[in-house]
Design a protein around this ligand. Sequence first.
Ligand code: AKG
Ligand code: FE2
Length: 352
Amino acid sequence: MVLEFDPAFIQAPEHRPKPAVTEAGGIPLIDLSPLHLLEQHGGPLVAGLEVLVAQVEAACRDWGFFQVINHGVPLAVVERAWAASRGFFALPPEERRRVRRNEVNPLGYYEAENTKNVRDWKEVFDYVVHEPADAGGGVDRLIELRNQWPQFPHGFREALVEYAQATEELAFKLLELISLTLSLPPKRLHGFFKDQTSLIRLNHYPPCPSPHLALGVGRHKDPGALTILAQDDVGGLDVRRRSDGEWIRVKPIPNSFIINVGDIVQVWSNDKYESTEHRVSVNSERERFSIPFFFNPAHDVMVKPLAELVDEKNPANYEEYNWGEFLKTRADGNFKKLDVENIQIYHFKKAK
Ligand SMILES: O=C(O)CCC(=O)C(=O)O
Ligand SMILES: [Fe+2]
């Protein structure tokens, strides 16, 4: 990327990764095989599903993160998405820049993203799962987002559209599981995702000459409802363990996804679940690829603790906020290097 290490990438000393990483006692691994039981679900939970729901509940409560196997997304679909991503980032820079994000269209290729005002050691390609997605210019100014597809590599668009369809199905099933963990009907949250603004990002982290100074993605929480992340075998995702604040490296497991609850599930659940801080460490030897699917509701959704979960004894911990506005404020903060902190959900937390 650059010969001399660009200070824009340098993390403050307290946020730099330590050379030794902890992998032991990591995030829970959940076998989703009983998922098919959801289709038959009507009355009380059948035994296999009951165990699964209990596992998801414990993982969301204790970690906000878990890995899943037997998730139902065909391996061939995932492999075609990896091939598309590798092919795209192997193109010459000028070819990638043909679909570069700009002031008008935030989708496509980008190599200069900041997290909390420090530049990330990565390049990305973003596309929305449903087009056009409303980027929310307000009631009178609807901004319609359309994907920018590169001409190369061949089959890029087809592979990624197919990937989006398969992972979206999984996202809805996970949403049903989360509803069940909150003692709600499985489809209780589905309505929020009509006209969803979900986004898929291809992340590429090139080898970094100073991995002790920079991060692939700085520490952050995902703002949406859920994230479904595919990572390759290199490793680098660090999750903040709730019990002691330690950064724990997530071990790559073949044919699995990493799931985390985002800020919206934290608010919906009125803090039963918390969105967990995470970051990406880089290394000087191997490039790394990952693909997060950010499962986001419709632009006009007002996010607030679910009515069924609050009462006089357990009042709502948050004021309601509009998802589209939140996202737009965030995006503006990412685009320009501002000296202010990005908008966060605690800004909507009610005083006790
Ligand atoms: O690359 C990863 O493992 C995680 C990326 C991430 O956290 C994000 O893009 O929000
Ligand atoms: Fe993230």
